[in-house]
Design a protein around this ligand. Structure first.
Ligand code: MIC
Ligand code: SF4
Length: 755
């Protein structure tokens, strides 16, 4: 079945014309990214060229996707917007709330039981407002989107940072907070600063042990977790076209880890093959009809330096398998250097667990290549040294790999197959012994490896690698094993070498599935009731945030000055807290509990300026709130990196924090703060971070004349009576200043629709 074919036809019908108009106004050949963006202008045809990295532009995305952990807040907001139905095709995917522990059946049944209230809420809201619903067990949002909804040249947004995965099918797919999704579902434009463009030319061809994952691991090493901020990454070259569509998906997926707005590839044969094998031959035929528009103009790839802001070239023939980590996805080590690096840094080299799958790497190709290694365990008389787990990305993939005998091969090496869900990737892993907090190493094919992310243990050293390499390292049980050169001792005491992985891009017998897990919404949902129990611990209807009081903000207390990396996992942890994603007050009890306090180097211990005592961040903030005192959070570089979760912005807002002042922001988090009526500020002079002291009381001046491009003034009143005055920059435009004044963007939509 092809979903929303009429919508795709409509997009394609106007695509060539819109691209031609854009080329005219821009006055030069266009990159693929520009074609897709200009073809999706809210206003229709392009009438002006937008300045990259400067102009705010209104877009009209074709669709919206939401996963359960973020959909709750997105839909609670949408319910306040006063609409009967979503304005664009939208879907909800139940994938984040399933704890991986025993096996897929037991784990799924437990989740359905424990989270029935949330699942029922999401199902009924979906049913009411015309949203497609994918049940728990159906798969992970990005894999299900790639298999069913993504289409070359399309534009979508999703309430998850890895929405960018759909770039593998030539889309511009962008991760956003729920408030942005709410806008688009309400029929409003979606605003984005015209991105900068990074071109990555792939020459040569992947071979042997190297996989698409290694391309992005390498790119992460080059660009770091900040390097893609504000940019779209466009891949091209013979290395790109020779790669599978799902491999491209992996590369785009992890573009989130370099902070890129999204990544994409031009339409090619691999995409056409993937569309056909996933039952969308009609979409492939339509894309073939306009294929020249679904890639950049030839001049662009011939002379990329003239068209991209930055160009990187990677020769796939020479690329080595990489292992990235620990604790950050951009610490890239080629496998041949691992022995040295591990020894130098004291990383534990015994691999305890190898985990493959997730939204990033669970294609048929990935699994078939990993299984080619698992097979060698028996063939070569080896024994797998580490534990091994698989989390398939979708029921369709799981069903197909079971049919093709892969799961039974994995079973022979003692593997556990978890439910088709996020599981260990997001801390939903009931790992035995994790509470002992022992220092240990795991390797996985997921995308993120921030401290505590997989199992809650701060001493778990997690390394990211391709599924092939993860499998090899799990067999060897050794982080420093280089399968290209090293041998393993088998049960008979012989030295054996693993053959390089091999597999099939797509299932030779085609994909199959019995129940994919989709539930279509009611045609007319007006009679559907959505119930939220006022006594619920997991769901809470939202109260509008109060409007700005109309004055400068005086006497704010410093809540915390966060030191170093402060990702959304530090601001609003996932894992056990995922269960409160629909209950703003309850989830606010995790506010910033993972952030390191600059003044005592501890987590979740800050000074309450009213009592002088140290206590947890949420409790301290609640004390300020109770006393009617606002506060401010100070942070370092790339603050809010990682996830799209808007809870990281709504929690401080709910508890009375007024401003977040940092050296720099990650894109989605900055927008989320603005949307929720917070002040998102950056130090005009980064050295001023040093001037913030533990007992500071802070005034924010200039709000009564809050203007785009004009810095605000902050007065720091120190405990010894002295003061410092510093400047804070912001990136608010006129519209965003209105959000701040109204108390939140949603307050404006509500007024428009409800009256
Ligand atoms: C993640 O990978 O961190 C998540 C969980 O998928 C998040 C979304 C969330 O916090 O719910 C993301 O990447 O946006
Ligand atoms: Fe789920 Fe992990 Fe993918 Fe996020 S990155 S969507 S948690 S599998």
């Amino acid at each position: 079945m092809v979903f929303d074919l009429e919508m795709i036809k409509k997009v394609y019908a106007q695509f060539p014309d819109r691209v031609a108009k854009a080329r005219q106004v821009v006055g030069r050949p266009l990159t693929l990214t520009e074609k897709i963006l200009y073809a999706h202008l809210w206003q229709g045809d392009a009438t002006q060229a937008y300045e990259r990295g400067k102009s705010y532009v209104d877009f009209a995305p074709d669709r919206v996707a939401m996963q359960d952990a973020t959909a709750q807040m997105a839909l609670l907001q949408f319910m306040q917007a006063g609409r009967n139905k979503v304005a664009v095709p939208s879907t909800v995917h139940c994938d984040h709330l399933i704890v991986a522990k025993d096996d897929s059946k037991t784990d799924l049944a437990r989740a359905v039981n424990e989270s029935s209230e949330v699942y029922d809420f999401l199902a009924s809201v979906s049913n009411k407002y015309g949203i497609g619903f994918w049940k728990p067990g159906a798969g992970i949002i990005h894999q299900v989107v790639l298999e069913n909804y993504a289409f070359p040249g399309g534009m979508m947004i999703g309430t998850d940072s890895h929405t960018v995965n759909a770039g593998g099918l030539g889309m511009i797919a962008i991760g956003v907070g729920g408030a942005d999704a709410c806008d688009v579902m309400s029929g409003l434009a979606w605003e984005l600063k015209m991105p900068k463009l990074i071109g990555i030319k792939l020459t040569g061809k992947l071979n042997g042990w190297t996989a698409p994952k290694d391309v992005i691991l390498k790119v992460a090493g080059i660009l770091t977790v900040k390097g893609g901020t504000g940019a779209v990454v466009e891949y091209f070259g013979e290395g790109a076209t020779s790669m599978s569509c799902t491999g491209k998906g992996t590369i785009c997926n992890m573009g989130a880890e370099i902070g890129a707005t999204t990544s994409t590839f031009g339409y090619d044969e691999s995409m056409s093959r993937y569309l056909k094998s996933t039952g969308r031959a009609e979409v492939a035929a339509l894309a073939d009809g306009i294929s020249e528009h679904l890639t950049a103009d030839p001049e662009v790839y011939a002379n990329p330096e003239q068209y991209f802001d930055q160009v990187i070239e990677i020769n796939l023939s020479e690329l080595e398998p990489h292992l990235n980590g620990p604790f950050t996805p951009d610490l890239a080590t080629p496998i041949s250097k691992m022995k040295e690096e591990a020894a130098k840094n004291g990383w534990p080299t015994k691999v305890e667990v190898g985990l493959i799958g997730s939204c990033t790497n669970s294609s048929y190709e990935d699994i078939s290549r990993a299984v080619s290694l698992a097979r060698q365990v028996a063939e070569k008389g080896l024994k797998t040294k580490a534990e091994f787990t698989i989390t398939p990305g979708s029921e369709q993939v799981r069903y197909t790999i079971e049919r093709d005998g892969f799961l039974s091969t994995f079973d022979q090496i003692g593997a556990k197959v978890f439910a088709n869900a996020c599981g260990p990737c997001i801390g939903m892993w009931d790992r035995m012994g994790a509470e002992k907090q022992e220092k240990n190493t795991i390797v996985h094919s997921f995308n993120r490896n921030f401290a505590k992310r997989a199992d809650g243990n701060p001493n778990t050293y997690a390394f990211v690698a391709s599924p092939e390499l993860v499998t090899a390292l799990a067999i060897a049980g050794d982080l420093t094993f280089n399968p290209l050169t090293d041998t393993l001792t088998n049960e008979k005491g012989e030295q054996v070498k693993l053959d390089p992985p091999s597999g099939n891009e797509l299932p030779p017998k085609g994909f199959a599935v019995e129940d994919a897990g989709y539930q279509a919404p009611a045609v007319d949902g007006s009679a559907v009731q959505v119930k939220v129990d006022p006594a619920s611990k997991r769901l809470q209807l939202l109260d509008p945030f109060p409007a700005w009081e109309g004055t400068d903000l005086k006497g704010l207390k410093l809540l915390i000055k966060a030191k170093g990396k402060c990702t959304t996992d530090h601001i609003s942890m996932a894992g056990p807290w995922l269960k409160f994603r629909g209950h703003l007050d309850n989830i606010s009890n995790n506010l910033l509990i993972g952030a390191v306090n600059f003044f005592n180097e501890k987590t979740d211990s800050v000074k309450n300026q009213l009592t002088g005592a140290y206590g947890p961040v949420p409790a301290t903030q609640r004390a300020y709130k109770a006393a009617g005192i606002g506060s401010i959070v100070v942070g370092d570089e790339n603050y809010g990196e990682g996830s799209s979760r808007e809870h990281a912005a709504m929690e401080p807002r709910h508890l009375g924090v007024r401003a977040v002042l940092v050296k720099s922001f990650a894109r989605i988090h900055e927008t989320n703060l603005k949307k929720q009526g917070m002040l998102a500020l950056t130090f005009a002079d980064k050295n001023d971070y040093e001037k913030i002291l533990e007992d500071d009381t802070i005034d924010i001046n200039g709000l009564t004349s809050f203007t785009p491009g004009q810095p605000l003034e902050l007065v720091l009143h120190h405990a010894d009576g002295s003061k410092d005055t510093i400047l804070a920059n912001h990136s608010y435009n006129e519209q965003q200043i209105e959000w701040f004044k109204a108390g939140a963007a949603l307050n404006i939509i509500r007024q428009q629709f409800v009256g």
